[in-house]
Write a protein that binds this ligand. Sequence first.
Ligand code: HOZ
Length: 428
Amino acid sequence: MDRNEALFQAAKKVIPGGVNSPVRAFGSVGGVPRFIHKAKDACVWDEDGNQYIDYVCSWGPAIVGHAHPEVVDAVREAALGGLSFGAPTEGEVRIAEEIVKLMPSVEQLRLVSSGTEATMSAIRLARGYTGRDNIIKFEGCYHGHSDSLLVKAGSGLLTFGHPSSAGVPEDFTRHTLVLPYNDVAALTQTFAEQGDSIACVIVEPIAGNMNMVQASTEFVRALRSLTEAHGAVLIYDEVMTGFRVALGGAQALHGVTPDLTTMGKVIGGGMPMAAFGGRADIMACISPLGGVYQAGTLSGNPLAVAAGLKTLEIIQRPGFYETLTARTQELCKGLKAAAEELELPFSAQGVGGMFGFYFMNDLPHSFVDMQRNNTEHFKLFFHGMLRRGVAFAPSGFEASFMSAAHTSEHIADTLGTAADVFTEMVRG
Ligand code: HOZ
């Protein structure tokens, strides 16, 4: 038995399913998860010493590449000054100023420790601000695992085919209205019927938890105008897309100004940190200024802040997003061309450093479209690539990520490998 296998067996005895987050268990693709021993630049190494070009990038945070020396140094230096204080620090002020500068819709923000906390708090804030209970979310969008958001959600719930979670009383989700993604008519009708009861709409402006699905311009415009007309709060969940699809997030690409934004992943530079923020008048409802309660011992943790600040500095260097985008496009185009040559149904798209690929001919626009993704083909592709040293997320319902450490050589390697795997899939 190799070390990955032995560790998985040992893990299953003491950790449910052997993992601390469900999709990592390889449940939908089968086989043994790779236990990662170390990561550097564009690559990860497992416990058996196998090296992989990594397109998981820690599910998004590793945008500057793994263990970037400047980020590691910043964290090391912060650690020498103490691991956690439970008191305000200068670093928190600096990172808040930086985010406010980069994302103009965010006038004030609060740091938390995970994307789940950020979205849960933003929803509570929207309800406190409006005095309303109902919220709208979209099918296939995932906003963390707080109770009221685990309805027809993406990510692991979609991967394992249980779109809503056990253990959530129906009463808790009574106020969650779920609509199809990109469906302007359904959104308009819901607002016409119950607009005055809706506290907020929460949306992934580029969905990344049912694989990558882009919102149409018409849809995001309708989101903005309908929420505005009915006094509901528009929450952009940019935990995945913030600072990843563009420096200013998806909202910069869409030209839409949300009322609140949730962020995570990139802003923590690989450390546990997330944030929610937006209009100052709404943020003023948060305790200690207002009556909406939210708190956290490790919020604004100095190591996480140090990693985040350094990451935000690096991504603002000239040419960062141009190179990142070029690499993503190179890979998406190359994958499509290789599949086309073999007449394998396949499509791919990328924005900034985020991309999706699908074993179907056209690009998906909704959760229903994503059901046509050929999961058997995905499994074959996933394992074929992994065996040859290229790692994608172990689910056809997750987005993929590029980092600035991925070079043209990595892309060429990946494309060569993909051509072999596609051939194997077609010829058997
Ligand atoms: N929720 C993450 C994917 N959308 C998975 C996180 C993980 O397993 O680390």
